[in-house]
Design a protein around this ligand. Sequence first.
Ligand code: GLU
Length: 453
Amino acid sequence: MPQRKPTYDSTNVERFMTGLIRRAPHEPEFHQSVREVAEVIIPHIRKNDRITNAIVFERMTEPERVFMFRIIWEDDNGNVRLNRGYRVQFNNALGPYKGGLRFHPSVNISILKFLGFEQTFKNALTGLPLGAAKGGSDFNPRGKSDKEVLRFCKSFMLELFRHIGPNLDVPAGDIGVGEREIGYLFGQYKRITGEFASGVLTGKGLTFGGSLIRREATGYGAAYFAEEMLNAVNDGLKDKTCAVSGSGNVALYCAQKIIQLGGRVVTMSDSDGFIYDKEGIDEKKLARIIELKSARMRIREYVKHYKKASYHAGKRPWGAPAFAAFPCATQNEIDIEDAKRLLKNKCRLVVEGANMPTTIGAYKLLRDKVIFAPAKAANAGGVAISGLEMSQNSLRLSWSEDEMEERLRDIMISIHKQCVTHGKQGKKPVDYVVGANIAGFLRVSDAMLAHGV
Ligand code: GLU
């Protein structure tokens, strides 16, 4: 058999990372997400010749395809505007490429590769036939009129349509892309192709193929996952003080489910600052926040309605005393200093609602001191319901709200079980990061090996 010195080295984390950084320089977020997984997977597969000879892990860190395109649109004043669009198709071993679109000025190839890479493991954990992708644009929806967003979405789809399809690649929302944008994108896909292909996008409105619970799914799933983790140590969210960051769909519905499970949510935030309500944000107050947010207002408005609450401009909520932290805003929103603050206040549980909200340094500080749920397990509820939206679209049927919520809960319980199976070593507490990475990896690598080279 011909032998060659491998270009890739999947037996040593540092050599692996050196190779990856050489092939993809200037992509710090992507390096960060791969390193976190490599530190778990490489020791696990080192002696498995079948996996290392087929360079399965290396292949998983290289997107199968990357599209990068120019988007030209006109703003309300008639100025011609230019943005960049992307779709990163990461892995289709388990099913059609699947993952959200992010519209945010920070979007670049590094961020989309990190998100697409994470999506591979997350989608595998759901147990559904979903591959992995991510996409989006550096377009900033903040302050844009409805018509500007529509014009932008039309131009974006004018290029994207040729790369997606119900059996090929199924985008959905992410930061900056919600039901409004998905509606506009769907309308444009239909205009261009002349087909009503409901399975081409998920997160759609309920009148044209959307699924009940999709909007709530990521947040509800994260709260269910937290409840499962606490149940495993004979506890629960009831009466626990929880700090939640963000005020998008993930944060809002995570807070809602925490409240329904008896927990006390004391913070919410946006990129300008956070609100702290010591008495707790109850269902009524949360309904007010949902109203504010659907009117596209800022979180600071909250303190105008609830005088006892305080607003902290330019700060993140991790200094607020809380038993549990639910980072549900964006990547790297808990750094080392934030982790120290959480520990000082005796935080015992960290549940990642957003994708990679914890820096590696912060995670290393937290991991032995708190129960830590990584995003790929804790926030998989969103894409899981997207997967079930695809099932309903194929059946041309829609399932009831109760049925959807039950399925969501079952999927979160099953992800929790997989984490326990692969993350429990001896008498030590379950390591959810190890469990999620190994369980996700094994499912994808099994399919990749079955497909041959
Ligand atoms: N953007 C979400 C995520 O990070 C959802 C993706 C989807 O529904 O396809 O998982």
